[in-house]
Design a protein around this ligand. Sequence first.
Ligand SMILES: [Zn+2]
Length: 287
Amino acid sequence: MYENTVSGFKVDKRDTAKLYLKIEGDDIETEEEERANGVLKNIAFKLEIANTIHIYEYGKISKLNLEGLKKVKYRYYDNNSDVHDLGTFEISDAQKWKNGSKYKKTGWKKITSTDNDGSSINRYYEYDSGKIKLIKFKLPISYQKKDLKIKLNDNPSREYINPEAYACLIGAIADNDFPDLTLNGFTSADGTSAPSVTHYNGIAGDFRYLRKDKKVQTLHINTSPNDLDVVRQDKFIDALMKFGWGSFLSYDITLNGSSFRLEHTEHKPHHHHHLHLNKEDFKPNYK
Ligand SMILES: [Zn+2]
């Protein structure tokens, strides 16, 4: 069992523990000492072990020291002053990675995965020093209370994410009540991300494009650009930016003979069926 030590006493790790003080000293009159200790006896000094990341509707999250924590809780504050408890997650430690490659690299970790067409592929990840913290998504997410709706559909193999990135993602999803938002995955349990070579460490993730018909179904924006709900897609990107992501990868869209690109995105091959959230520009706004 994980234990903390407070003034020589072992305290089981839990949300709160109580600490009592007692005065002892030669210079204190016995009667005063008794009176003071009588008062102190009735005061419990709460020793709070913070374990919650608070998510605020206006785009901020609280900073939490995750060191030594086994679990993290999430609490969302909406703009009607309602508070929503959004679950408790086990925290796991994983290797930190420095880089990923599609090409064989000596000394890097090799992961064998399958490509879209089912063929076997190898990916390589360069070791970084230290560990990272990850939590596992509980998919699908379907939360509704008063005015708040949070829904996220399930399609992934890479179901692990950095605990702060999760707080930001939930904040961004809560900004809109899209019923069809679908995750394509963040990171694997060991912190790598095959078949992706960029999703390591739990910050970068993929989502399907949002369709006008709101079906939970893949959309290829190169071949079916008319089905893309540009208004909702822009709203989702704006919400992600509000909570800390800064740039995205997508694919140029040709509609009615003219070409355009979703806001804050760059064009990249293979991104015609998903929006990619870059890890490089991710920066949560702390309250
Ligand atoms: Zn991606």
